[in-house]
Design a protein around this ligand. Sequence first.
Ligand code: ADP
Ligand code: ADP
Length: 236
Amino acid sequence: MTLLDIRQLKKTYTARIGAQSYTALNNISFTVEPGEFVAIMGPSGAGKSTLLQLIATLEQPTSGQIFLNGDDITLLSEMSRTHFRRKNIGFIYQDFRLLDNLNVRENIYLPIVLNSRPPASMKKYFEQITTQLGIADVLNRYPFELSGGQQQRVAAARALITQPQLILADEPTGSLDSHTAKKFLQLLTMIHEQMHSTILLVTHSVLAASYCDRVLFINDGMIYTEIYRGNSPQNQ
Ligand code: ADP
Ligand code: ADP
């Protein structure tokens, strides 16, 4: 079954006094199958962040539908959106967004604690992902003690801990130097391949997009082209 089915999605930000309303997304349609790793590229202001915010139910569309596993998530009540987000979506941001006063272990467990599920049931999975991401030896450290690459790997573990249906990554390598970015992308690809996680990655980086199965190019709120690749790069 198709995981994500976006149909004629439109988002117009309503005018403030004296300003014109602005259509950030104009009839976008596409689907994502389970286990796909999809890049969304396009210039600044193209509507990429708006698209992620609509999928995350942080914004409501002006018209159109977003089906996740067959359910139209644009119909969720405001109350159920928070629960939906915590259960189904993992986020990775450009600026990591770790909590400074929590150590690595606590940062990773945070989404679980918010869902009030017992950490004990997660221990094995926690050990697996922190080992795979190479952060098992820094669990008691605090974010400020870590390099940028380590912080982003902690953020990736936090995104994975709830085993979400969908991972939304907004420019995840934007704060990393190219060597660290490449290492992070290799780890993300490995996790994607081993856990069959579905990832939607917004990026300006051709390097980052080269790791994806498919690239959607957005401009002026519309998809203007789409590139399918056979597989992840073999020659990195
Ligand atoms: P991108 O992520 O591709 O840079 P965005 O989705 O952030 O693009 O923005 C698309 C357009 O929508 C931009 O012109 C931006 O100024 C506008 N926009 C984004 N958020 C808002 C908002 N909350 N209110 C009004 N306009 C917005
Ligand atoms: P841009 O990428 O357009 O420069 P930001 O990354 O700062 O802008 O994000 C713009 C808006 O989108 C912010 O309000 C932010 O909270 C939101 N946002 C950023 N990343 C995500 C994400 N992964 N999912 C949902 N919303 C996000």
